[in-house]
Design a protein around this ligand. Sequence first.
Ligand code: 26W
Length: 826
Amino acid sequence: MTDSLPPAALSHPLPGETPDEEAVRAFRQAILDKLAYNVGGRVERASARDWFVSTALAARDHVVDAWRRSNDETRAEGRKGVCYLSMEFLIGRLLSDTLGNLGLTETARRALDGLGVDLDAVGGQEADAALGNGGLGRLAACFMESMASVDVPAYGYGIRYENGLFRQIIAGGLQHEVPEDWLALGNPWEFERSGLVYEVRFGGHVRPEVAPDGTSRFVWHAGEIVNALAYDTPVVGWRGVRINTLRLWSARATDPLHLSEFNRGDHVGAQSARMRAEAISRVLYPGDETEAGQELRLRQEYFFASASLQDIIRRHLSRFPDLTNLADQVAVQLNDTHPAIGVPELMRLLIDVHGFGWDAAWKITQAVFSYTNHTLLPEALETWAVPMMERVLPRHMQLIYLINARHLDHARAEGARDGLLSSVSLIDESHGRRVRMGHLAFVGSHRVNGVSALHTQLMRDTVFTDLNHVCGDRITNKTNGITFRRWLHRANPGLTALLVEALGPAVLDDPDRLAGLVPFAEDASFRQRFVAQRRAAKERLTALVAARLGLKLDPDAIFDVQIKRIHEYKRQLLNIVETVSLYNTMRAHPTDNWAPRVKILAGKAAPSYHQAKLIIRLANDVASVINDDPAVGDRLKVAFIPNYNVSLAEAIIPAADLSEQISTAGLEASGTGNMKLALNGALTIGTLDGANVEIDERVGRDEIFIFGLTAAEVAARKRNGHDARAAVAASPDLRGALDAIASGVFSPDEPDRYRGLVEGLLNDDRYLVTADFESYSARQRDVAARWARPESWWRAAVLNTAHVGWFSSDRTIRDYAADIWGVKAS
Ligand code: 26W
């Protein structure tokens, strides 16, 4: 079900989009035809949903010819393409993206106007495609759009989960998870490819067999076969430059019904094999940064890696006689380790199916694959227990041993001995035998990248030091980016129109032109118009919060925003504790001239992550007390907005004044919300972590609020031990805030609710909340002081927008294309 959030973008034409009447009439007729012949509806009785489907189908028709053209041209020119393998694609809605990138927004709006239908209302009907958890999945979606926009031929490969990321409901302050059903009302964007089906095998055993010619080989006799059926969604590039394909696999049983069992009366048992097979594409794994430890997760990973590689090989063999030149034609990017099983799978396909010898197969494999690491948190580094691998994928386990044997021989030849050998081995022997998927991906790839300069350096200096040494330095950095089409043009059409007015329409095509905004930061009338855009976005968000939470916000207050997955290392707790401290101080000094502030939080916690769920509850409890306290009134409000997703992000980001990027330094690989918020002119308060470091370098230290320990200082503090009790003793504000939380000020019905949380912080403050509190709190006072000088604040806001053009994912993709994939980009 949708939240019916109106997409801001649909009602605003972009400059240069002035449709002629003929085009509008034709689009209107197309919508009416879709309504009649595809939806089977009537104008008089059509629902908003009917109009959405009809409009989407009419827009899709505009895509199809160009899509075919893109594919034909790539083939004819023999261009190398990219296959982006990702367990997650966090796409959000597609109507505004498709219309916007094709320059059809205004055409569609007028076409619907003529029918008495509002495009915004229609757009609000679309469900978010939430096939991802957070940053990694959203990055994949931005990359897909950018590859199409910079003319890189690409397929995204993933899983067509029937239920994407759960819907979050907050009741009594607690997170409840409800299944999400984005496909319930159909999906007008996808094409089912009933002819594109691959067999994916599991289990069974491997036997050496002698062929008639006397050669011996290993034959995998699988115990179970599941079909992978393709669904294609077109990915439209900016200005329709190129249309790529997102190909998602759906699992189907080979034998959906055991008829004899059914006829014998066992109606449920007769379908059990089908349920088992189809469970694979049933639901997105909702964990973020925790190891699944589940066979189903491994089955999902292998299912989509295998289907995708079989498809890549089939496509290649439709153009070339054999696979010897595979790496000249395709680059396969592994989005984290989730598809890393693709490394032994490609080896199996090359050796067992296509008759390659080991060395030739390995050369192709390494040349084809590259791997992106998205986190160094130890609990998120995937490993699979050897016995489970042997059971689920016996042939792959055998191949992994062979890859490891050669890899260790090579390491030995490079001089590696005991400690080093066990550190680079693909098998971790330290707590039961487990396959290290990061190592497997690393060894099977010619390039391995991190997602920000700092994270890449930490890869070299920590988790992958030995491996990188033995493998001859294959780590490279590719700082993340975001697509400006969605996160600026569509999310913030008002600001975009202002930028075009100031810098000309070329800024829509070339984000480097944003630098031209620097002189405008000094221009009071420009700043005023910038403020007016922010104010309008804040009013829209105010209305949304009133409708959803029944909470009235003051649009003149600082909108202080932290939106992301809830995780201890992201330190939502630091934000909440500081909010409580501010609340205490406001009550103690009621007559001071406080800058009014609205704390906005949103994010989901993994269902089994109890501490994260407790933090959500605390945020809501703190909100109830503060929001009801007349002593602070409009000067402080706290809003936890439920069910954070792409569409909600699009509504919040243009309205944000302050962007909270406050992770423990060294732990946030990059962050991409930080880029979205800065692009829209929010000032960042943050640690020197992930891409914050590069944002800081670009916007300059005067226009950003940096605080806290650096990554090196964090490492040192951890080595020497951090004394949280001493930090608390030294900070009366922190002590006051923690005492209030621990003693039940925010949970009067259950005073001890947060005692354990606070005790935990005092005993083992792993994420150094208490270490950074004072400097964070001081920077927050700087924020308030800056807000009191509007000229200085808005000058900084304009400069933030001006200086972050580099974080366009077009730039990131061009870097991957040149340094990793060896493909041509525009
Ligand atoms: C096995 C469960 C699981 C699922 C997802 C473990 C780990 C993950 C991802 C690695 C988590 C993730 O999304 N990482 C984020 O990737 C973004 C894109 O590169 C970065 O911007 C974020 O900093 C990083 O946390």
